[in-house]
Design a protein around this ligand. Structure first.
Ligand SMILES: [Zn+2]
Length: 424
């Protein structure tokens, strides 16, 4: 493949992705705006019109930031870094300051990561201090925003450096199969990360306290025992430090399995509703969603690394980026930029699998707790998080990791819930 062909194919993919994303964003904006003034019949009585309108405005405001970010970061900055010679410039700078060894490769990879991160930064700030503040969700101070960035950067360097050095060493020592060993190292690294995340990484950003003794705890313990889980894995997180959005999530595997409730969620839901949300999260564990997700990610990583192994030897790849002499640092940095463009068409598939897991977890919850309680918990979550009830079906199909609220509630109602009987 010539550098020219390479550039044209890549640019065509970038432009097609931008056009497709813009088209979806416009559909979403139109759909949400058109349904702004009427609460869908399924939610009448659960969600007031005022809250529904606010959710529409919030969705549209976030969408504007997202679209601007797509055009600037995933369009202009991406093309400037790759075909425009940005990676080559950073790499030449690294070579001048660090010679030709591992230090230069590290500097190139981290340099490109830094530029990408800086490009996204104004949009993160706009989202947090613009949109989230305007809608009353933000509780983050500028000081905490900066502290979070510093922590994330330090973490990326601390975790990334040993992994990158190992990859450079594979390239030098293991010949053409270096990408395969890199894949094995990546799998080991991911498993390590998943294992240490709940106990060592998440606490760098938030405080986790075990769920308190009391009526709720004992109520929950019996549910947890029925599902064969350990109650030591139940934590409340101080999500209120950053935002008033409420959420719950599951993480880890083996003995380090955890279910985390945001304190903002605990404040708003009744005990039966919390129990139903917990049952949903337990459903993710019971159905083995973490191992299945990891297995799929590993297969994808191996496939992508095989492509990288091939690209690494293509002089056209470097020439398209204007990189003078091929080496692993520039290859990795360039590849990390290029890959999302080619993976993006598979987004609907990933969303589809994620949504299927949500239905499985909901079905599990309906069996082990009361479906009606989950319905009213979901309605409260949608209302308080100002999540739209009327997404554009195509937009939702492509992006949403969770099924639309109406569809979820419809499934739950068929599983035996009548929503109003549980409203406190
Ligand atoms: Zn879920």
């Amino acid at each position: 493949m010539s550098p020219y062909t390479f550039s044209v194919v890549f640019a065509a993919f970038v432009v097609a992705a931008l056009a497709w994303r813009t088209f979806l964003a416009m559909r979403q904006a139109r759909h949400v705006a058109r349904h702004r003034d009427e609460v869908p019949p399924d939610f009448a009585g659960l969600i007031p019109l005022e809250a529904h309108r606010r959710a529409a405005d919030y969705t549209l405001a976030r969408q504007r930031v997202g679209l601007a970010e797509t055009w600037i970061v995933d369009g202009a900055v991406l093309l400037a870094l790759t075909l425009g010679g940005g990676v080559a410039t950073i790499d030449a700078w690294s070579a001048r300051h660090f010679g030709n060894g591992y230090a230069r490769d590290l500097a190139t990879v981290f340099g490109v990561m830094l530029v990408s991160a800086l490009a996204s930064l104004p949009f993160d700030a706009w989202r947090t201090f613009g949109v989230e503040t305007r809608f009353g969700f933000n509780r983050m101070t500028p000081a905490l925003f900066v502290a979070d960035l510093a922590r994330a950067a330090l973490l990326a360097v601390a975790l990334g450096t040993p992994l990158l050095l190992l990859v450079f060493w594979f390239v030098q020592e293991t010949g053409t199969l270096w990408w395969f060993y890199t894949g094995l190292a990546w799998i080991a690294f991911t498993l390590l990360l998943v294992t240490i995340f709940p106990r060592w990484i998440a606490p760098l950003f938030n405080r986790f306290t075990p769920l308190e003794e009391g009526e709720l705890r004992s109520r929950i313990e019996s549910l947890v025992a029925r599902c064969g889980f350990h109650a030591q894995g139940l934590f409340v997180m101080d999500g209120s430090r950053r935002s008033s959005h409420g959420n719950a999530y599951f993480t880890g595997f083996g003995r380090d399995k955890r279910i985390v409730f945001f304190d903002t969620l605990m404040e708003r839901l009744s005990a039966p509703e919390i129990e139903a949300v917990l049952a949903h999260e337990l459903g993710h564990f019971a159905r083995g969603h973490i191992p299945r997700l990891l297995a799929m990610r590993f297969a994808l990583a191996m496939l992508l690394l095989a492509v990288l192994g091939w690209l690494y030897q293509q002089s056209a790849f470097y020439a398209a980026m204007h990189v003078a002499n091929p080496h692993i640092g520039a290859a990795l940095a360039g590849f990390a930029l290029v890959v999302p463009v080619f993976v993006f068409p598979f987004q609907p598939l990933a969303s589809l699998l994620a949504r299927r897991q949500e239905f499985e977890a909901d079905a599990f919850a309906a069996n082990h707790a009361r479906a009606a309680d989950l319905v009213s918990a979901l309605a409260k979550l949608y209302r308080d998080n100002a999540a739209t009830l009327t997404p554009d079906p195509l937009h939702s199909l492509v992006y949403d990791s969770h099924p639309p609220a109406a569809l979820r509630i419809d499934h739950l109602r068929r599983a035996g819930a009548t929503p109003l009987e549980s409203t406190p």
